[in-house]
Design a protein around this ligand. Structure first.
Ligand SMILES: Cc1ncc(COP(=O)(O)O)c(C=O)c1O
Length: 428
């Protein structure tokens, strides 16, 4: 059967961004059976023994408790499981001096769903036919923002400014406030902090400036904190979450070892949370409760925050060091390679200035030497203008072993060197 699809149906049945590349990667890994690929493309977190043990212990406690039947054998509130909401409110009130009540919190099936609700509730066409934009203030950013809006033309991203230290081969993106437009045509603003794919952490001042610009037009700002403290605390630089009346602070337990259970958390003013909650009720009634119940225990006991700072963060920070040190040793000094400052998340982001081939071609060349990375051009959702930079970057996952990362970076250095050399000899 081949039913006709609606406009939304066509759009939503397409793979967007990195999901399309992942299909190629899975096929490559399957076809190359026997060949040892170093896979530096994965976004799936590593199963760390201490983290797995925490979730096992919380599960054992849940199974042994009288709460079990109530958790899995009954429907619950669309806002979320009350003990989890209370655990988050208590933790955040204590940790950040807030005054949250349960009306400020919504639990969702993964944080990706928050972006789906928000981009379609606040962005898209209004009843009077005006297009409300979903503004991504700093591109590149999370590829998933490219697929969530039912009105793709609403998603608009802005080119950053580049803070370059050529000698050290390091750089950092910053929002370009001279270009960024947040107006009465803006429906909502979204960015990740720390950022997937770049590891960038917007400064407190940058975040406040964006939030203030948006506040003057009553525009909600979603701060995607999937890698932020207090859990999973994947920030390698000092950072504090920023709260405010138009900020929806969005969290995920996926990088804290629970991606399979799909637990997302939105924190914000009750009227904003209410809009998202109604969207969720219409979509799926509520989030599954098993994951919520074990998360409530891990958060209320303080164990999740402890494991995040003592186990999860150092693990990935050390991996970034391996990328950085190996590139410093093996990349030729005279080539214009620039590694984004590793401020957080589980990826490294490499920019090859004036790269003579595209990121996609480089991805193919790297596959030939057994290394798989993600071509960077998939991480610019909403940025429609031509910008050569979009085709000069790759994302390197920090989820492989030290040895794999080391070997992968050494092979990458050789391939990159030969790519630049080939093009130099063509020009001569
Ligand atoms: C920046 C960012 N936001 C959101 C998500 C989605 O996470 P979740 O598993 O909570 O839906 C991811 C997943 O990788 C991510 O990297």
């Amino acid at each position: 059967m081949n039913p006709a699809l609606s406009q939304f149906g066509t759009q939503m049945s397409n793979l967007t961004g990195v999901r399309a590349i992942m299909k190629d990667i899975i096929e490559t890994l399957r076809a190359g059976e026997g060949q040892d690929f170093i896979n530096l493309s994965a976004g799936n977190p590593v199963i760390l023994p201490e983290v797995e043990q925490l979730w096992r212990d919380c599960t054992a406690q849940l199974l042994a408790s009288s709460e079990y039947g109530e958790v899995v054998c009954r429907y619950g509130s669309s806002q979320g499981y009350q003990p989890l909401i209370e655990a988050i409110a208590n933790d955040f009130n204590q940790r950040y001096g807030l005054n949250l009540s349960d009306r400020n919190i919504l639990i969702t099936p993964g944080s990706q769903s928050i972006y789906f609700y928000a981009t379609n509730a606040f962005g898209g066409y209004t009843s009077s036919g005006n297009l409300k934009q979903v503004v991504l203030p700093l591109s590149p950013d999370y590829t998933g923002y490219g697929g969530v809006s039912l009105t793709p033309e609403a998603v608009v991203a802005y080119k950053p400014t580049l803070d370059i230290d050529e000698k050290a081969h390091r750089f950092k993106y910053r929002p370009d406030f001279s270009q960024l437009r947040i107006t009465e045509d803006t429906g909502c603003v979204i960015f990740s902090r720390p950022c997937n794919p770049t590891g960038n952490v917007l400064t407190q001042e940058e975040v406040k400036k964006i939030a203030d610009l948006a506040a003057s037009f009553e525009v909600p700002v979603l701060i995607d904190s999937a890698y932020a403290p207090p859990f999973p605390a994947l920030n390698f630089t000092e950072m504090t979450p920023v709260f405010g009346s138009n900020i929806i602070h969005c969290m995920s337990l996926s990088k804290a070892g629970l991606p399979g259970e799909r637990v997302g958390i939105a924190i914000g003013e009750p009227n904003l949370i209410g809009v998202l909650q109604s969207f969720q009720t219409n979509l799926c009634i509520h989030s599954p409760r098993y994951g919520q119940a074990i998360a409530a225990r891990a958060i209320a006991s303080g164990a999740l925050a402890d494991i995040s700072t003592n186990i999860i963060r150092p693990y990935y920070a050390a991996k970034f060091d391996v990328v950085e040190n190996t590139l410093d040793q093996s990349m030729p000094q005279e080539l214009p390679w620039l590694l984004h400052r590793g401020e957080g998340a589980i990826f490294a982001w490499l920019w090859l200035q004036e790269l003579p081939i595209t990121d996609w071609e480089l991805y193919q060349d790297l596959k030939k030497v057994g290394v798989i990375v993600v071509p960077g051009s998939t991480f610019f959702p909403g940025l429609r203008e031509d910008w050569s930079h979009k085709h000069q970057c790759i994302r390197i996952s920090l989820t492989a072993s030290d040895e794999e990362i080391e070997t992968g970076m050494q092979r990458l250095a050789k391939v990159v060197q030969s790519v630049y050399q080939r093009s130099a000899s063509v020009i001569v």
